[in-house]
Design a protein around this ligand. Structure first.
Ligand code: SF4
Length: 411
């Protein structure tokens, strides 16, 4: 069984050996080296065949929960009718690893809610759409979204290890599991070559880390060969739902394509397991900076204390909380949406309690392709040529004098 070391555990617990591995050998032998010099647990103890299999990312993918029957076998007593209804519209997949993080198989459990279909996904108020960010309208060639002058988004697969119930790309993810063809990749790269202002390419999907290292390596090499592309970013949820994917072989391949950044997607402290911490450490040790993009989800992470535990845990794992997104107006996720005021309240709470490094930017991805809009608590009370009045964290007004610039001075 996988461990679920929450961030309320000590730092040491994140790097400790697995609790389901055999206990350590006796230390009564004076020749036993000090703890720090002892080899890594995996090297000391042969793993059982079952444990070896569970640590293999391909086994995890092959053995995903894909049907309502699989779910019932794993969690007898769930509301199978509601699950089936939602799964008919939006695909179901959960890795055995992510399923093992579920403690209570009902809507009170944050992992269950993020992974298991829910009849409320069929709610369909008129302001929702399949593509609220209008990505399809901003595709000059299939699979390449170009909205901002200096950035482009390349969708390389429609496969994910686990289909998140709150996904913004429900129209694509899992609808038909496939990866980018060589012809489409060539078309995308030709477009990038024609757009020298694009310096930053985000590889996304689906989840690019569900591809083989060889296939993903081909994509990275093709994009890296565009002389005007400076950085490549990969968007992935693998460290959260499939940490076994972060192998030495993968990391060795990624290293060849620096400067490479990665954004992952942790939403709840219960996702910060030992396995996830090890996966992130491998990536960071390979020189890949990690950012985290959370989505604000009703009943999951919309309490300030939960968000504080999440961001503190991420920073301990060397993952920088980057964005906290308001849930998009996408069909199938209405039951996850919170009022915008909730996000503002959480940001105010964080600002007073945790260091700036741990504070993400709260943003709305505006409907109809309006782009990202940062939402901040209002700390500016008034502005005049001589002074600006600010409100500090305790709510007190503070007057800040503007620079003194005598007339005629050259500054
Ligand atoms: S991993 Fe990303 S693309 Fe895939 S279902 Fe989750 S949020 Fe959507």
């Amino acid at each position: 069984m996988s461990r679920t070391a929450s961030t309320s555990d000590s730092d040491a617990s994140l790097s400790s050996s697995s609790s389901d591995e055999p206990p350590s050998s006796s230390t009564s032998d004076p020749s036993t080296p000090p703890a720090a010099a002892v080899a890594a647990p995996a090297a000391r103890f042969p793993l059982s065949a079952g444990e070896c299999r569970r640590r293999d990312w391909r086994w995890q993918l092959r053995n995903r929960i894909r049907t309502v029957e699989d779910l019932r076998a794993r969690f007898p007593g769930i509301d199978a009718a509601g699950v089936a209804e939602a799964a008919r519209k939006f695909p179901l997949a959960v890795t055995p690893y992510y399923a093992s993080l579920i403690r209570t198989p009902d809507a009170s459990d944050p992992i269950f809610r993020m992974a298991v279909p829910d009849a409320r996904e069929l709610l369909d108020p008129p302001f929702l759409s399949d593509d609220p960010l209008a990505e399809d309208a901003d595709m000059p060639v299939p699979g390449l979204v170009h909205r901002y002058a200096d950035r482009a988004l390349l969708l390389v697969t429609t496969t994910c290890a686990t289909y998140c119930r709150h996904c913004t790309r429900k129209r694509l993810a899992g609808a038909k599991e496939s990866t980018i063809s060589p012809a489409r990749l060539a078309q995308a790269v030709a477009y990038l070559r024609s757009q020298p202002r694009v310096r930053d390419v985000i590889i996304s999907g689906g989840d690019p880390l569900t591809m083989s290292s060889e296939s993903l390596g081909r994509v990275l090499a093709a994009v890296r060969a565009v002389p005007t592309v400076e950085i490549i970013r990969i968007g992935t949820r693998a460290p959260v739902v499939l940490p076994q994917r972060i192998t030495d072989e993968l990391v060795g391949m990624l290293r060849r394509h620096h400067p490479l950044w990665m954004n992952t997607h942790f939403n709840h402290p219960r996702e910060l397991t030992c396995e996830a911490a090890e996966a992130c450490a491998r990536l960071v040790d390979a020189g890949i900076p990690l950012g985290n993009q959370s989505v604000l989800l009703r009943g999951i992470n919309d309490r300030p204390e939960v968000m504080e535990e999440l961001v503190r845990g991420l920073v301990r794992m060397r993952v920088r909380p980057y964005y906290l997104f308001q849930c998009d107006l996408v069909r199938g996720v209405e039951h996850f949406r919170t009022p915008l005021a909730r996000g503002i309240e959480i940001m105010k709470y964080l600002r007073g309690r945790v260091g700036g490094l741990a504070i993400p930017l709260f943003a709305v991805d505006a409907p109809h392709g309006g782009g990202k809009v940062p939402i901040m608590p209002d700390y500016v009370v008034s502005v005049s040529p001589t002074r600006t009045v600010l409100r500090n964290l305790e709510g007190m007004p503070v007057s800040y004098p503007e620079p003194y610039a005598p007339s005629g001075g050259c500054g």
